[in-house]
Ligand binder design. Structure first.
Ligand SMILES: C[S@@+](CC[C@H](N)C(=O)[O-])C[C@H]1O[C@@H](n2cnc3c(N)ncnc32)[C@H](O)[C@@H]1O
Length: 253
């Protein structure tokens, strides 16, 4: 098993502020999928609960796991105590809940944190074991942009705003990719005003990127069946403009 990921405290703290701006494209899709399902649903890598609270308020019988206590702590703070039992600090690679679900989702590139093929297969097979027969598993990944992989990203500011009235927050991203191991080495740096002081913190992380046929083979090697890999959150076919892989799998029996 490769090392697990844990989001540093301040990256978990500012996650919602940053992604309320940077990540909205997937929102309606996952909330609709969760709403359509009649039984319990599980989010793997639930994080700070970008979908979780809305899904619960919409009536879903929603559960979540995450390996980062910093991320889950953000969610606990927003969630009524009566729902705390729905969250478990757990690694997807050793997923073990005494429950089966009609739907399991892993939105926003959770799977990129799973580096080795062995671990990826383990996650897919544990997902299978936690699905009811006929249940669905949906996860997404970005479609690799070959120019970006070759050229890298050099200190690009991807967020510059306020995290509270009058308090500035900016994030800078640098990335270079290892084309043999299909891993991007990313450094994210936060700069923010805190009690009149300027603070800065960096985090180095790795994200595994995937290609289309690799994903197809991976799912075929697991116990899950592949329904389709779509090119966006409208479930349109993959094409040259696609930015996201939306992988829909199911448990046959
Ligand atoms: C980019 S965030 C996505 C969070 C949330 N799904 C969303 O859409 O905002 C990725 C999340 O996956 C979690 N994660 C990474 N590796 C994991 C693993 N092996 N098991 C469970 N969660 C994991 C991280 O801690 C993080 O909260």
């Amino acid at each position: 098993m490769t090392a697990e990921i844990s989001y540093p405290e301040n990256f978990a703290r500012f996650y919602d502020v940053i992604y309320a701006h940077l990540r909205t494209v997937d929102r309606d899709y996952f909330l609709r999928k969760i709403k359509e399902v009649h039984g319990p649903a599980l989010e793997i890598g639930v994080g700070t609960g970008r979908f979780f609270i809305d899904a619960l308020s919409g009536g879903a019988d929603m559960y979540g796991i995450d390996v980062s206590s910093t991320m889950l702590n953000q969610l606990y703070q927003k969630l009524g105590k009566e729902h705390h039992h729905r969250l478990t600090l757990q690694d997807a690679r050793s997923l073990n809940l005494k429950k089966q679900f009609d739907l399991i989702v892993a939105p926003f590139r959770v799977f990129s944190h799973i580096a080795s093929t062995e671990d990826q297969l383990e996650v897919l097979n544990r997902v299978y074991d936690h699905l009811k027969p006929g249940g669905e598993f949906i996860f997404d990944l970005y479609v690799p942009d070959l120019r970006l992989l070759l050229n890298g990203i050099n200190e690009q500011i991807d967020f510059d705003g306020e995290y509270a009235p009058g308090r500035r927050l900016a994030r800078t991203v640098t990335s270079h990719s290892d084309l043999i191991n299909q891993v991007s080495h990313i450094t994210m740096t936060l700069n923010w005003d805190d009690e009149g002081e300027r603070r800065t913190e960096s985090w180095n992380l790795q994200m595994r990127y995937f290609f289309r046929y690799e994903l197809e083979h991976l799912v075929h090697r697991s116990k899950l069946s592949l329904k389709d890999i779509y090119g966006d959150y409208n479930e349109d076919a993959l094409g040259p403009e696609s930015k996201d892989f939306v992988v829909v799998c199911h448990r046959n029996h």
